[in-house]
Design a protein around this ligand. Sequence first.
Ligand code: NAG
Ligand code: NAG
Ligand code: NAG
Length: 324
Amino acid sequence: MAALTFQPRPRLSVLARLAVLLAVGLWGQTTAGAYDTTVCGRTAYTIPSNNMTFNADAWNPDVKGFQCISVQDSPPAFAATWSWSSNPGMVHSYPHVKLMAPGLPTPLSNISALVLSAQWSMGPGPTPRPALVVDHDGLANHGTSANVAFDLFLDRNVANARSEQTAETEVMIWVGRFGYAEPLGFDANMEKTCFTQTVGDAEFVLYQGQNERGTDVLSWVATANHTNFAAEVSPLLQFLWRKGLVSAGSHLGLVEFGSEAYHSDGIVTFAASEFDMHLVTGAAPNLAVGDLPAECSRAASTNPPQWLLSSASVVSATLLYLIS
Ligand SMILES: *[C@@H]1O[C@H](CO)[C@@H](O)[C@H](O)[C@H]1NC(C)=O
Ligand SMILES: *[C@@H]1O[C@H](CO)[C@@H](O)[C@H](O)[C@H]1NC(C)=O
Ligand SMILES: *[C@@H]1O[C@H](CO)[C@@H](O)[C@H](O)[C@H]1NC(C)=O
């Protein structure tokens, strides 16, 4: 039997060198709208004037790769540069901004409207593309797999709802999907046949799964890439709690926007700007969220709570929300 020889993994030194090269590269290459700060790995940066926080969030790093995020303080914007060239089936990082709104955490049943917006771009190399530009061929040449998604965290306990680590439910809203990035519970056969909701000009298909922490993950996945997204998304949440897929007693505590990076043979830059969240609290209007299709009934683990059924006719708020 051959003796096992221990090979120290070069992760740190390679990462550190890449981080420095990248930071220097980004400083050198961005002229208009230069970024103020670059952080890498699992490091976060908070804009001093408004406490808006950005995280490179390489929570599942691989030996071959790195994740950095460059932040512009005003107006807030970021560029996330990364490469992960092995283990293509896994998410390695989620560079993101934490969106802020007075009123969080709030019970799902007390969300009158939730407007989420963002503009983004993506392409190969360390230089951010202008807003709304996607270099499809360049990404395909790198074999890039990634999504662009809002990540919402929910829990019946208010304190637990504030943290990715403690929240019992995660609701994702994917507005971009590249390569082999697939939501938990993905089933190509379900596409367009089940759990479909349209908000704004985007059509979303719902998938359901559990992550390795045992967190329930519900993913609304857009059927097209929306580089200029702005929509009142509360119907997506209402469908979940009114159909009993998420406890109606859950609180929404945390909302983030970023890109889950799975794989790329070369460097990729995801850039984002104009991201915002507008929360209107108050009794949720009884929106038309559609019936749970019969072919999807297996996914409905619980029935809507009784109080909801009896109070549904009483709820009659008007939703008139215009997105400029
Ligand atoms: C940022 O957060 C700190 C600590 O919570 C707080 O003291 C400060 O007032 C906040 N600043 C702004 C601009 O909100
Ligand atoms: C987004 O664009 C890529 C091409 O770069 C394409 O393969 C993919 O299907 C698009 N995603 C969606 C959800 O349409
Ligand atoms: C529900 O929203 C109303 C209106 O903003 C607010 O006054 C109330 O405190 C909220 N209730 C809860 C439980 O968050």
